[in-house]
Design a binder for this molecule. Structure first.
Ligand code: PLP
Length: 385
């Protein structure tokens, strides 16, 4: 893949932009026309033309073209958040009486959409362990319309064999949707594995600067057109031009940021793995990961996110560890320049907590800082355990 072409040149039109090197922010709601004939022509295809910013906008369109190309797909749509994108993707593929098969441990708001919202409309949903392909696919039914994947998921990093699942789905006419936020198209290109719809929380690596929420759907033209005309235009959970401009800026350095986080995280994970105060490090590129071979086959890297399980059952010690860290702020997100931690002990009384995620698990996100200083901070924190 010619990454430079996509990241630096695709969708750029400097002549049209008065020579501006950076894509201008078309901060406008409307686009106006001089004649009825011109207007009549433009409304024939609102996705391709500029009419109104809830539909297509030139700044947002540059981002659409780059992200579609990164996933090896024909087109993309940018949403106001990853949750908006994921739930629009799922909603676009189901109808009354349909069934959805989804992996366990999927992102919280995807799970809530599937378990609390869709059943109101007579949609059936099954969850199954995606790490066991045969078992997972045995839950498909004659009315299964789509399969929802997240590989790896972002807490305990379970993978799915994408190729095996999509080849099954294609034969049955089932649409596959992959939340690819963790690996990004740089480390796991969805089209290569036959995925129909790739979804991203652009809030994470694609923007990467902790200042914008965004979501992406990449797919073939016919699917994108359908989503554009329904969920995208109807809900209006769209990306605004100013946010698109910030995400374009973030995207310029995605390969550098991702590789830096990937290398630092692997370096830190390998050292923590041998530490006596740590029961387990969960990172797909460590040989102790149960799906290590699949990870090597399917992903070029892992970015900065992995989990550690502390060698204690005492919640107070887990709390002391997390509170002792100086270079890891406590937060629910990841993918930006700054290192973060998400201690599961904080979720002990939380209603949505998954019983299979232990309280002594701490998810770490390794940002762009000096990895030796991050490691030193973690080692100091472990003295509290
Ligand atoms: C953050 C996240 C989302 C949701 O994205 P938002 O931009 O916060 O709406 C979806 N999936 C995964 C895996 C995420 O980490």
């Amino acid at each position: 893949m010619d990454l430079d072409q996509t990241i630096y040149y695709t969708g750029e039109n400097h002549d049209y932009w008065l020579g501006s090197i950076s894509p201008p922010i078309y901060q406008t709601s409307n686009f106006v026309f001089d004649s009825v004939e011109e207007f009549k022509e433009k409304i024939k295809d609102e996705k391709a033309n500029y009419l109104y910013t809830r539909g297509n906008n030139p700044t947002v369109e540059v981002l659409r073209r780059k992200l579609a190309e990164l996933e090896g797909m024909e087109d993309a749509l940018i949403f106001s958040s990853g949750a908006a994108a994921m739930n629009a993707a799922i909603a676009s593929q189901i109808s009354r009486g349909g069934h959805i098969l989804c992996v366990n441990q999927v992102y919280t708001w995807t799970k809530r959409f599937l378990t609390e919202w869709l059943p109101k409309f007579g949609i059936e949903v099954s969850f199954a362990n995606g790490a066991d392909t045969d078992l997972f696919l045995s839950h498909a039914k004659s009315n299964t319309q789509c399969i929802v994947l997240e590989s790896p998921n972002s807490l305990i990093f379970e993978l799915q064999d994408l190729e095996a699942i999509t080849s099954f789905a294609r034969k049955k006419g089932i649409i596959t949707i992959l939340d690819n936020s963790y690996a990004t198209p740089l480390y796991q290109k969805s089209s290569q594995y036959g995925i129909d719809i790739a979804v991203h929380s652009a809030t994470k690596y694609i923007n990467g600067h902790g200042d914008v929420l965004g979501g992406v759907i990449c797919s073939r033209e016919s699917i994108i057109r359908k989503i554009f005309q329904m969920e995208y235009m109807m809900y209006g959970a769209i990306c605004h031009p100013h946010e698109a401009s910030l995400m374009l800026r973030g995207l310029r350095t995605l390969p550098l940021r991702l590789d830096r986080s990937n290398q630092s995280a692997l370096y830190i994970a390998q050292i923590l793995e041998t530490h006596p105060k740590i029961q387990k490090v969960i990172h797909p590129l460590l040989s102790t990961h149960p799906q290590h071979d699949l990870a090597l086959r399917q992903m070029k890297g892992c970015g900065g996110l992995f989990s550690i399980v502390l060698n204690t059952e005492d919640p107070n010690k887990c709390i002391s560890f997390s509170n002792a860290l100086r270079r890891f702020k406590i937060a629910a997100s990841w993918g930006s320049y700054e290192s973060l931690q998400m201690p599961m002990v904080a979720f002990e009384d939380y209603s949505g907590k998954s019983p299979s995620v232990p309280s002594n698990l701490v998810r770490l996100y390794i940002g762009l800082e000096n990895p030796d200083l991050l490691l030193e901070d973690l080692l100091k924190g472990l003295e509290m355990v």
